[in-house]
Design a protein around this ligand. Sequence first.
Ligand code: PGA
Length: 260
Amino acid sequence: MRTRLIVGNWKMNKTASEAATFVDELRQHLSKVPSDVELVVAPPFTALESVGRVLGSESFIQLGAQNLFWEPKGAYTGEISAPMLKDLGCRHVILGHSERRTLFGERGDRIRKKLQAAFAHGIRPILCIGESLEQREAGSTDDVLAQQLHESLAGFSSETLESLTVAYEPIWAIGTGRSATTEQAVAAHQTIRAVLSATASPVIAERTRILYGGSVTTQNIASLLSSEQVDGALIGGACLEVSSFATIISLASTTRSIGV
Ligand code: PGA
């Protein structure tokens, strides 16, 4: 049984002090957080320290980063390494987000190296994959997902992949208010699990959490999580307000699987 995972991706929002206030309020809202949902917030790099300080090391809210660079240190102006994140208490890192792919030219091999750095330093990567609207309309969603998984995961042992999380994020659904339907998400998750089974192992495929991301709201979270294929959500816009994020978290903890 995979524990549900809800991740808030703050993107380039909130200063360090705004972020600290936000998690403090969120924690108060969630004083009765259930044990059946894991919770991660991924603030910008500049707010990791202030958020980590408010949360403390024992918090049920875990700290995640939105990116890293694969080298541990050196002359890489503007970059942040896995050991730097680890030192701040980061336990997760989002990699290969479509905004990084489209705006910053991240491709397969770069993402693979970043995954390698995360695995090597004990930070759990959340690998984002997803198709464009054009690719979906051309009927190539499954091929795109398989290719993105293959190029990012090539060469990793099954043991290494044990700490992997995958986020299915159709590009056309991110920040658009147009979420995938539950059926579309379930179909994509089934494809991803089948590719993981063939390329890593059936055990890894069974264990790996696959999140859905793309215009998740308080309105659609229950439906998306109604399938046992969907192990949680990666949330952008709706995680920036305490009340909507807290509602999503509580819905995630009470939504029962109907075994689609
Ligand atoms: P959104 O973003 O929830 O605002 O669509 C999701 C994401 O980019 O991870």
